[in-house]
Write a protein that binds this ligand. Sequence first.
Ligand SMILES: Cc1cc2nc3c(=O)[nH]c(=O)nc-3n(C[C@H](O)[C@H](O)[C@H](O)COP(=O)(O)O)c2cc1C
Length: 186
Amino acid sequence: MSNEIINAMRLRSSQNQLTGQGPSKDEWYSVLNAASRAADHGGIKPWRFRIYEGEVRAQLGECYWALAKSEVPELPESKKDSFIKKAFRAPSVLLVYASTEDHPKVPKMEQIMAVSAACQQVLLGLDSLDYGAIWRSGPVAHSDITKSQLGLQDNDQIIGFIYVGQCEQAKHYIEDTGLDSRISWA
Ligand SMILES: Cc1cc2nc3c(=O)[nH]c(=O)nc-3n(C[C@H](O)[C@H](O)[C@H](O)COP(=O)(O)O)c2cc1C
C-alpha cells in the first residue's frame, strides 16, 4: 500500500549532524501550525514552542552549565564553553514544553502526551521541508534549574529540545522496524 503521508511517516529519521540554516519564520509557522493539530484531549492546546537561534542559543547552553555546576560545584569556569557549545549543535533549537493546568477531565499526564504528539508532528513537518532534526531531552530537560533559567512556571513541563538544521549526512532508512513482534490481533 502506497500513500504519500504514510511514506513520509515511514521514511522520517533523526539527524544529529546539523548545519547551515534553520527554518525561516514562515516555515516555523507552517510546521508549528500543523503540529498544533496534534490529538488534544479537552482542546487544551497545552503545547508551547520557543525558538532559539543565533547567539540566543547560549541561554540554553547556560542551562547545561548550570545543571553541571549544581551536580559538580568544583567544575572550573574553563569547562563552561564546552557546555555552552551543546546548544550550538544545530542552527536552530526548538524548546517544546507543556503548560499544564488542573482540569476536571484531563489529567496532567494526558496534557503532556498531547504535547509529545505535537513533537512528533514537528519532526514530520520539518522532515517534509527537508530539514534534519533530532528530539533531545536528557537531565537538563527534567531539571528545575533549567525551568528557572528559562523562566518557566511550576506547571510547565519540558517535553524536549528539537535541534534543527540542514543535514550533513544522508538520511538512514530502517528497513525492519520489528513490527511483527509488537503487533497482535485480539
Ligand atoms: C522524549 C525523547 C527524548 C529523547 N532524547 C534524546 C537525547 O537526549 N539524546 C539523543 O541522542 N536522542 C534522544 N532521543 C532519541 C532521538 O530523538 C531519536 O529518536 C533516536 O536517535 C532514533 O533516531 P530515529 O528517530 O531516526 O529512529 C529522544 C527521543 C525522545 C522521544
